[in-house]
Design a protein around this ligand. Structure first.
Ligand code: NAD
Length: 418
């Protein structure tokens, strides 16, 4: 990632918060607060590697805002992650929890590392040391981490155990996205993809597109992309292409997803799956389709490729996949874009359900969890759509308006201490 990009993400979110906030007459004190992160921790910590060397890693935990409740946000392990990216993702979490109307603020954490080349024991030592260093910030009533790119339920279990050892008793609700056996929620693994599926179907309904006739292209074949593809296929959509970091596969008649996923499991990539032709990641985004799900990383759709996007609907499964310049181009082309803070809220919604279940030590079955998820996603989507129609704005702006209104009410109701 270039230095320019490194400094860009948070600036973009700040500008949106300020511009939309001014138009909505949001009090200045609220705008100013939302344009900064409340708390930021940067740590440099040693980890013993398997070959006996000691490596020093850099990690972050950033709380953007906790006016509406404890802060919530995932932990990313990635070689290119930086503080600006963590601030951006933390701010998006504040907006996302407000759009979903769940009683949380926003946070994010990260460690600069490449989990793909580390052993399980190195990852465990790194995670436990990171958890121990951020223990001053996290806690079930203050800041609750979850998985993100490069982390998974196993990593959450290590964080929960490390935090609990420090306290002297088990604290399951300090993290969400845990394995089921130690207090995870049914449906959490699929939650973000399920929320994307719900958003895609609601967007299709709004545009009078029959899911049975719809073609879908998916960028990213991880937790979000693979689950969204699978669930949309189960709803009758034809998934014509999917990709991972190495490239994509395409079949205009529809992919056999089971065979593509098995191929990825066996070889590490979707490329070469049976009955598919290879496409580059750049080509994939420009394929003709009704629904394009972008579920990889930031800045997938930019000024240069936005004019070539042919999808009618874009579902932002990833956080920040469209740059502001690309956003304008897509809007002019009439693309119906469901923004990240709405489209991928399913993950944090089921994290909230997991947290609630943990706090009351009473667990629900998957049908119940999926029903809550479906209801909360549908309410959020309809509220944003309503504002879009009333205010004659695009879906991203409408989602920011819903979020900023709720945040402003919370901040002004609480007032400023002292
Ligand atoms: P993941 O690590 O499980 O999957 C990421 C996928 O993207 C992998 O298949 C990877 O190969 C692929 N990828 C990476 N670079 C790519 C590129 N240039 N082109 C195509 N594919 C590429 O991560 P995830 O959990 O699925 O998260 C994906 C995005 O969704 C991230 O932006 C994350 O912040 C966001 N998100 C995740 C959750 C969640 O619950 N997992 C919730 C909300 C938002």
């Amino acid at each position: 990632m270039s230095k320019n990009n490194e400094e860009q993400g948070f600036k973009n979110v700040r500008e949106l918060i300020n511009d939309i906030g001014v138009q909505m007459n949001i009090p200045e004190m609220c705008r100013l607060r939302l344009m900064e992160c409340e708390r930021e921790l940067t740590i440099h910590f040693p980890v013993k590697m398997d070959d006996g060397r000691v490596e020093v890693f850099t990690g972050f935990r950033v709380v953007h805002n906790d006016s509406r409740g404890p802060s919530k946000g995932g932990i990313r392990y990635h070689p290119d992650v930086n503080l600006d990216e963590v601030r951006t993702l933390a701010a998006l979490m504040t907006l996302k929890t407000a759009v979903a109307n769940i009683p949380y603020g926003g946070a994010k954490g990260a460690v600069i590392c490449n989990p793909k080349i580390m052993s399980q024991s190195e990852l465990e030592r790194l995670t436990r040391r990171y958890a121990s260093d951020i223990a001053i910030m996290i806690g079930p009533e203050k800041d609750i981490p979850a998985p993100d790119v490069g982390t998974n339920p196993r990593v959450m279990a290590w964080i929960m155990d490390t935090y609990s050892m420090g306290k002297g008793y088990s604290v399951p609700s300090v993290v969400t996205g845990k394995p089921l056996e130690i207090g995870g929620s049914t449906g959490r693994f699929e939650a973000t993809g399920r929320g994307c599926m719900v958003s895609a179907l609601l967007a299709a309904k709004h545009l009078h597109i029959d899911p049975q006739e719809a073609t879908v292209v998916v960028q990213g074949c991880g937790n979000v992309g693979a689950v969204t593809a699978d669930l949309l296929a189960k709803e009758g959509c034809r998934i014509t292409a999917i990709s991972d970091s190495k490239g994509g596969v395409y079949n205009p008649k529809g992919l056999n997803l089971e065979s593509v996923f098995n191929h990825k499991k066996e070889t590490g990539s979707v490329i070469g799956a049976r009955n598919t032709e290879e496409v580059t990641n750049a080509e994939l985004l420009e394929l003709k389709c009704d629904i394009l799900v972008v579920a990889a990383l930031e800045n997938a759709i930019v000024r240069t490729n936005a004019p070539a996007v042919k999808a009618k609907i874009i579902i932002e499964g990833a956080n920040g996949p469209t740059t502001p310049e690309a956003d304008k181009i897509l809007l002019d082309k009439g693309v119906f874009l469901v923004p990240d803070i709405l489209a991928n809220a399913g993950g944090v919604i089921v994290s909230y359900l997991e947290w609630v279940q943990g706090l009351q030590s009473f667990y629900w079955d998957e049908t119940e969890v999926n029903k809550y998820l479906g209801d909360l996603m549908t309410n959020a989507f309809n509220q944003v759509l309503c504002i879009r129609e009333d205010e004659k704005v695009d879906m991203r702006k409408a989602a920011y308006m819903v979020a900023l209104r709720r945040l402003a009410v919370a901040m002004t109701t609480r007032g400023i201490f002292p």
